[in-house]
Design a protein around this ligand. Structure first.
Ligand SMILES: [Zn+2]
Length: 195
């Protein structure tokens, strides 16, 4: 598959480490990496992280220049569609707002027949959060919102036998989980080859 063949790019939220490949450097210009794609961005993050709103001091100045490098070039190319609450891509893929980590933080539900999976975005950063979902990372914009969204996502995964695909755990894979006490536990691990 070539970059030109990609038709959808999903930014689960607009932190710098989740938007970097929106663009690539061509000479001295940032240009869309996927020139024929629609880039889906949560409306709440799209507003919150605008440079003029001065929220770019998360983890020091870590999120500064994100718009100049990775957002504005795809906006100017007419490739961005923003959404709020939920967004249906097709009969298998649906985006859902899960705020807290950022105002527009979101997860992706995948359904195919009886199979279920959730792309967790940044709702978890470490495996301990499965057992202790109230533990936040140091990157949450809204601490209580992050806890609530994480617990809701885990409950949905456990109750619907959905695999969880984490973005920040080591390795490549997904895990199944179930309820245990006030938290949850892993029941199975599905490793994927890195290609
Ligand atoms: Zn993040």
């Amino acid at each position: 598959m070539r970059p030109e063949d990609v038709d959808i790019v999903v930014n689960t939220h607009l932190h710098d480490d989740h938007v970097g490949w929106n663009t690539r450097l061509e000479g001295r210009d940032w240009v869309p990496t996927f020139p024929n794609a629609t880039y889906l961005m949560p409306q709440r993050d799209f507003e919150y992280w605008r440079p003029e709103n001065l929220h770019n001091t998360v983890f020091g100045r870590g999120n500064q220049n994100v718009y100049e490098d990775s957002i504005d070039p795809v906006v100017e190319a007419g490739l961005v569609e923003t959404w709020d609450e939920s967004y249906t891509i097709d009969s298998h893929l649906r985006l859902e707002l899960a705020p807290g980590h950022t105002p527009g933080a979101s997860i992706i539900h995948l359904e195919s027949g009886a199979d279920r999976a959730i792309f967790a975005g940044d709702l978890l950063h470490g495996a301990i959060q499965v057992h202790e979902p109230h533990i936040n990372s140091c990157f949450e914009e809204d601490e209580e919102g992050a806890r609530a969204s994480r617990a809701r996502m885990f409950a949905h995964a456990a109750d619907n036998n959905a695999l969880v695909l984490p973005a920040h755990l080591p390795g490549h894979g997904a895990f199944a989980m179930r309820r245990r006490g006030s938290g949850f536990e892993l029941t199975d691990w599905a490793p994927f080859a890195c290609t």
